[in-house]
Design a protein around this ligand. Sequence first.
Ligand SMILES: C[S@@+](CC[C@H](N)C(=O)[O-])C[C@H]1O[C@@H](n2cnc3c(N)ncnc32)[C@H](O)[C@@H]1O
Length: 207
Amino acid sequence: MLDSKIDSVLKRIEEQEKFEQENPYKIPNSEKVLAIGRNTGIFYNILLKSMDAKKILEIGMSLGYSTIWFAEAISKKTGGKIITIDQDKKKIELAKRNFEDAGLSDFIDIRHGDALEVLLDIKNESNSSESFDFVFIDADKERYIQYFDVLFPMVKPGGLIGADNILFPERFQKFASLYVKHVRNNPKIRSVTLPIDNGEELSLKLT
Ligand SMILES: C[S@@+](CC[C@H](N)C(=O)[O-])C[C@H]1O[C@@H](n2cnc3c(N)ncnc32)[C@H](O)[C@@H]1O
């Protein structure tokens, strides 16, 4: 069972997203939750627990829905940490409140800024090489390939890279298929598309 504080924050965000979907013109796109689906959250949570993940990097946090599913998987373990990136200050404020209400703030390091620049900063930090067990890509779809190329050396051999919106919405399909082709051309990657919610590309770094 999920901790009651975590469960209530997840449900609060889900309700907010449902309202947005039912009233698409009431909230500007820049303020929308745009979170992964609940099944996707559960899927990654199970995966992270089973692989005993300790270090996670997320590109595209929004209000922190996915981050909470990741943090719940590592929060009871010592040394677990999530770095999550977003460029939107308002969303960061809302996400901080969600993490506090869920009791997960201690595990989450929010980095504000353009994802590519922040990624390059993280890459320059000591201990970044082959250090992440799991990286999740869910920001601007047209830059997934650039993100992948920068983050790939930071993933541990045996680590995983997940990417959202591989199947839906349709307007992202061009970028998604280029991304899928790109990762599958890498001889150090084994990769599959999972038809959960908006579609996940799950890629294992082999060596
Ligand atoms: C789809 S939402 C992320 C949803 C989140 N992963 C979840 O499932 O709860 C995408 C987020 O990426 C952020 N974003 C888009 N382009 C970005 C960029 N170039 N640098 C940093 N953040 C970016 C947006 O502000 C937005 O909050």
